[in-house]
Design a protein around this ligand. Structure first.
Ligand code: NAD
Length: 336
């Protein structure tokens, strides 16, 4: 019989639940355990998954030695501690983005996994999205010529930041998605950032409502990014994201506000997710399923995963520069 991979999810909130459901639905994988700090949810998690539920990461890793692969889906500011434990116990690791909350923690993770003989990858989801992937292929084929400039935006309802108070901020949580895929598209170093932020709705939480950033790459490409997470709670879409990329031979657009399905009732309009983690006939599907499948394939085949620790750290370096530019109110150099 084929080897079954025992997997565990660490932190079973919004994303952890999706990861757990993907593992549960995958052939060749058994969801062996879940670690979730909120004990009030343990019964409901056990009822849904039938896996042992723990409230302490090390306790789980000691008790369930058969675990080979873990998804770390804890808040952004807790990634480093969970990675330390998963490395200590020799697990294959899929870490949700961002790699860490700051450069110090990011560097610590880089060092921990430098010569690690297990798979370590960071879940930069858009690399698994057919739209971003299709554009990457066209760029690699040279179909759009030399890239001149890129504009993108990523806006979402205010329910997100209200869940992340004290744990994260807009640049590392939202803008990092665009930073990562543009680094991946351009295969070139970003060198300078000028960023501005404004906060009204989230000011009392010390979080930015909106950030605009202009990033210059070593090859001269200029990128203009907008990220905001203060759209009304009842916005119809979980993410209103768009991109325009202009090259010397053509232009490309991605428009993901309308997900291809729209409902309007007397109570509200809704454009449900059809791309990131939709459930098709009750089975998890979409980019996240592809990302987790890619992780498990890398484990089985001892292969290089889609996003390395170094690439994830390079995205964090840009986040750091965005934050410095906002504070210093001037264009700043991106650290090498
Ligand atoms: N790829 C994407 O598009 C995407 C989207 C949203 C979130 N994320 C990332 O996923 C991660 C989780 O975000 P989320 O929205 O699921 O957050 P969340 O707050 O919904 O879930 C985090 C869970 O971790 C649990 N937790 C906290 N401390 C713990 C501990 N010590 N041990 C065990 N469990 C613990 C919390 O109780 C909570 O259930 C973050 O890093 C976030 O940036 C990625």
């Amino acid at each position: 019989m084929n080897h079954i991979i025992n997997a565990a999810v660490i932190g079973c909130g919004q994303m952890g639940l999706h990861h757990a459901r993907v593992y549960k639905s995958m052939a060749g994988v058994r969801l062996s355990a879940i670690c979730e700090a909120n004990e009030a949810r343990h019964k409901e998690l056990f009822d849904e998954f039938g896996a042992n539920v723990y409230n302490d990461i090390e306790g789980m890793l000691k008790a369930k030695q058969e675990i080979e692969a873990v998804s770390i889906t804890m808040p952004d500011n807790m990634h480093v501690g969970a990675v330390e434990l998963a490395v200590k116990y020799g697990k294959h690791i899929l870490l949700e983005k961002p790699i860490a909350k700051n450069l110090e923690d990011g560097k610590r993770i880089l060092n921990l996994v430098k010569n690690y003989d297990k798979v370590f990858t960071v879940g930069h989801l858009l690399r698994f999205d057919p739209r971003f992937n299709g554009l990457k292929e066209a760029l690699d084929m040279g179909d759009l010529g030399e890239i001149i400039h890129i504009t993108c935006r990523r806006n979402s309802p205010i329910v997100g930041p209200r869940r992340y108070i004290g744990q994260s901020d807009l640049s590392m949580h939202v803008m990092i998605h665009d930073i990562d895929y543009i680094n991946w598209f351009l295969k070139c170093k970003p060198v300078k950032v000028f960023a501005k932020a404004r906060s009204i709705l989230l000011r009392e939480n010390n979080m930015n409502d909106v950030i605009y950033a202009i990033i210059t790459y070593e090859n001269g490409v200029i990128v203009c990014m907008e990220a905001s997470w203060v759209l009304p709670e009842l916005s119809p879409t979980i993410i209103d994201d768009q991109l325009q990329l202009v090259g010397t031979k053509g232009v490309a657009y991605i428009d993901s506000c309308d997900k291809g399905l729209r409902f309007t009732t007397d109570k509200r309009s809704l454009y449900p997710d059809s791309r990131h983690w939709p459930y098709v006939n009750g089975v998890p599907s979409g980019d996240l399923q592809a990302e987790i499948s890619g992780f498990i394939s890398a484990v089985i085949n001892n292969a290089v995963p889609m996003c390395s620790a170094e690439e994830a750290y390079r995205a964090l370096i840009v986040v750091d520069a965005v934050e410095r530019s906002i504070k210093e109110k001037k264009e700043v150099e991106i650290k090498a």
